[in-house]
Design a protein around this ligand. Structure first.
Ligand SMILES: [Zn+2]
Length: 275
């Protein structure tokens, strides 16, 4: 009886969702086009990934930093943790040896633009230059081109995702855990927020340019390990994807999570300057 009811509820929810999808108002359609991954773009955008197992991806943005990134690399090595770095091209050009070290030690390097502008407000040509220059800088530092991109501030339109994916082959990586470490709330708060929000399949955002973030990491890693989490790179996490809903995003989404694609609106720079 319970199983039957559950099935009925699922069916009712599905019908409701499909019903909404069939006849959206023009306004709803416009918003959906702008902010949501659509069924035409499977597997391009990820906030989190549905996985069978306690796997998560730690991501560090906006580096490399001359002093903090090497410190973080030491910590990661001590914990045998593989992470993903979304680097700024300008910083790669300044410290290619740090990016080379990160890649050599098994971490993944992703493109986070040349100078951290807001893609949502830029021409295709300017975005193309930002991505191309950074792609080249990463290739020259590590010998490998990146396959992941994270737009600064998480700001990107659905149309931009599409052509960037077509032209560069990038998956667009957002996040589902955001400790807001760029506001420098102190290591204890950064750690507490990450521990509270992280679930299997989570993509955790933080920045290796803030001292408090690096200070938070030893105990954050210890406690995540104590909870049984295993750390992989973002591409490894995506390769582990299994069918089924990713866990609900903490961001308000308005639609049920149904695939590994991003179900939630793209964070706007005004409300979410993370990334
Ligand atoms: Zn950033």
């Amino acid at each position: 009886m319970f199983a039957y009811r559950l099935l009925f509820c699922c069916f009712a929810a599905l019908s409701f969702t499909l019903g909404l999808g069939a006849e959206p108002s023009p306004a709803t359609r416009a918003i959906a086009r702008e902010t949501r991954a659509t069924p035409e773009e499977p597997g391009i955008t990820f906030n989190s990934v549905h996985v069978d197992g306690p796997y998560i991806a730690m991501t560090f943005d906006d580096g490399p930093s001359a002093t903090l990134t090497p410190k973080l690399l030491d910590l990661l090595a001590a914990h045998h943790i593989k992470a993903t770095f979304f680097v700024i091209g300008e910083n790669v050009a300044e410290h290619p040896e740090i990016v080379a070290r990160a890649a050599r030690e098994g971490h993944e390097i992703g493109n986070h633009s040349w100078s951290h502008p807001n893609f949502g407000k830029m021409s295709d040509e300017s975005i193309r230059r930002q991505l191309r220059q950074t792609d080249d800088a990463i290739k020259s530092a590590t010998g490998k081109r990146p396959t992941l991109m994270r737009p600064p501030y998480g700001s990107i339109t659905t149309r931009q995702k599409r052509w960037i994916h077509d032209e560069f082959g990038y998956n667009v990586i957002l996040w589902d855990v955001d400790p807001n470490d760029w506001k420098r709330p102190g290591p204890a708060v950064v750690r507490a927020r990450i521990l509270k929000e992280t679930r299997p399949g989570s993509i955790v955002l933080s920045h290796d340019i803030h001292p408090g973030t690096i200070e938070a990491m030893p105990s954050t890693f210890d406690e995540l390990e104590a909870k049984g989490f295993k750390f992989v790179t973002v591409s490894e996490l995506i390769r582990m994807a299994t069918a089924g809903p990713s866990h609900p995003s903490p961001q308000p989404s308005g639609v049920p999570a149904s695939t590994t694609r991003s179900p939630s609106p793209t964070p706007s720079p005004a409300s979410s300057p993370g990334g």
